[in-house]
Design a protein around this ligand. Structure first.
Ligand code: NAD
Length: 430
């Protein structure tokens, strides 16, 4: 199919998703337990993602190269990578599916989309929308099921050319090792323990508001959750007092209530993980300044799993300040100067994202440059947009999604060389 036709179908998918926004938002909320406000924001980003890659489909250019020999024409073409296995987790089911499906289709690939076992509904809806938008049958396939073997089988399958995986670092290592057996192309978007770094010259009110969102958005079940809040000693007390006061005011509960800030913990095992990390935090001597326990909103949600917006005063060595919890749990750590802030920010096996809060433009950019993470946001908690590459350093993965460069990761580059000389080439002279 020519790229221009693929572009039209992707635009149509974006349009249909926009038209069915209310239904898709409610499905995601009920499947996942996230708040309606969060799901609304995601839906807009999903439409933007399909529109961005609709535009990208016709711009996946090859190049005309300087001829290596005067009598040669040399060029490259971008061809589809082939069959893509797109494997996604449960925290942003449709959003993370769109980050993979949109560029894959734009590049001309076919896709087997495997949603997480607990959140398959919007992936199925996307499959139906794609057919309605004119995508031929068999181009986007949605494979649901609850066994781990399903993902494993896809990664092993000889007819799969590329694996685009988002999930935990532990599973990512298995995926990379399995894919290596057949030299599949792999993109890995994995875990994180991202910092918000707040300097003494920051607008503290803005930093508090941004840091609150950075950790409690989607109940902290976010790969780029800014779960380490590194604070300059001079503003530590002021920041913590204001943050804790606001954290206690966050409304935890009914995901379908538009006023809710923090929705449900999606899975019982995730709830258990958060509970156990809070227990570890207390046992290791971190001090709970907010939350630390299950929340009980009652009413229609009495049977659900909810966790209070939680914050600990911690030290760099505490596990609550080092390991990915994937829940609404922040750890405050104090630093004394810029060099120590950078060292702390980088003292992690992860490198997905970071926020830097400072009104000193030189310092903010120096620190952004020194932090080893795929995304650094200065004076804002928002940093994820179609067109802006997203992905990790270190054990947060490799490859980038959402960018124009992502198109290359769903393509093969073929070099085509043409001899244009008059005299035939006869290397052996026979
Ligand atoms: P997970 O690794 O358990 O599962 C992710 C997906 O992989 C699911 O669809 C699962 O069924 C599948 N899977 C499981 N075993 C597999 C195997 N052996 N081979 C192939 N596929 C397999 O992760 P999760 O608990 O669903 O998601 C949470 C994790 O995802 C967190 O660590 C979070 O940081 C990460 N995450 C990363 C990003 C990012 O963009 N970097 C975004 C969201 C979530």
């Amino acid at each position: 199919m020519p790229a221009s036709r693929r572009a039209k179908i992707l635009y149509k998918i974006a349009q249909l998703i926009g038209e069915r926004a209310d239904e898709l938002i409610l499905t995601e909320v009920r499947d996942n337990g996230k708040t309606i406000a969060t799901a609304k924001g995601e839906l807009g980003a999903i439409v933007d993602c399909f529109e961005f890659y609709a535009g990208a489909a016709t711009k996946n250019y090859g190049a005309t190269l300087p001829p290596p020999i005067a009598t040669y024409l040399a060029s490259t073409v971008r061809e589809p990578a082939g069959v893509v296995a797109a494997i996604v987790p449960w925290n942003f089911p449709l959003l993370l599916a769109s980050w993979k499906v949109a560029p894959a289709l734009a590049a001309g690939c076919t896709v087997v989309l495997k949603p997480a076992p607990s959140t398959p509904l919007t992936a199925l809806a996307l499959g139906r929308i794609a057919l309605e938008a004119g995508l031929p049958e068999g181009v986007l396939n949605v494979l649901t099921g609850s066994t781990r073997e399903l993902g494993q089988a896809l990664v092993e399958h000889p007819l799969v050319d590329k694996v685009a995986f988002t999930g935990s670092t532990a599973t990512g290592k298995i995926v990379a090792a399995t894919a290596a057996k057949t030299i599949k192309r792999v993109t890995l978007e994995l875990g994180g323990k991202s910092p918000s770094v707040v300097f003494d010259d920051a607008d503290v009110d803005a930093a508090v508001a941004g840091a609150l969102y950075g950790i409690y958005y989607n109940a902290g079940q976010t790969c780029e959750a800014r779960s380490r809040i590194l604070l300059h000693a001079a503003i530590y007390d002021r920041f913590v007092e204001s943050f804790v006061d606001k954290a206690r005011q966050l409304r935890v509960g009914d995901p379908e209530d538009p006023l809710t800030h923090v929705g449900a913990i999606s899975l019982p095992e995730q709830f258990e993980k958060i509970r156990s990390y809070c227990e570890i935090a207390s046992n290791e001597g971190a001090r709970a300044l907010a939350g630390g326990s299950a929340a009980h909103p009652g009413g229609a949600n009495a049977g659900g799993t909810f966790w209070e917006a939680t914050a600990y005063e911690a030290e760099v060595g505490h596990r609550v300040a080092r390991e990915e919890i994937f829940g609404p749990v922040a750890a405050f750590v104090r630093f004394k100067d810029e060099a120590e802030a950078i060292a702390m920010a980088n003292d992690s096996e992860y490198g997905l994202s970071a926020s830097v809060w400072s009104t000193n433009v030189g310092r903010a950019n120096r620190v952004a440059r020194a932090i080893r993470a795929g995304t650094v946001a200065i004076n804002t908690p928002y940093a994820v947009f179609p067109g802006v590459p997203f992905g990790g350093y270190k054990q947060s993965g490799y490859g980038r999604e959402l960018g124009m460069e992502t198109m290359a990761l769903y393509s093969e580059t073929k070099s085509v060389l043409t001899y244009i000389g008059e005299k035939p080439i006869n290397p052996f002279g026979l």
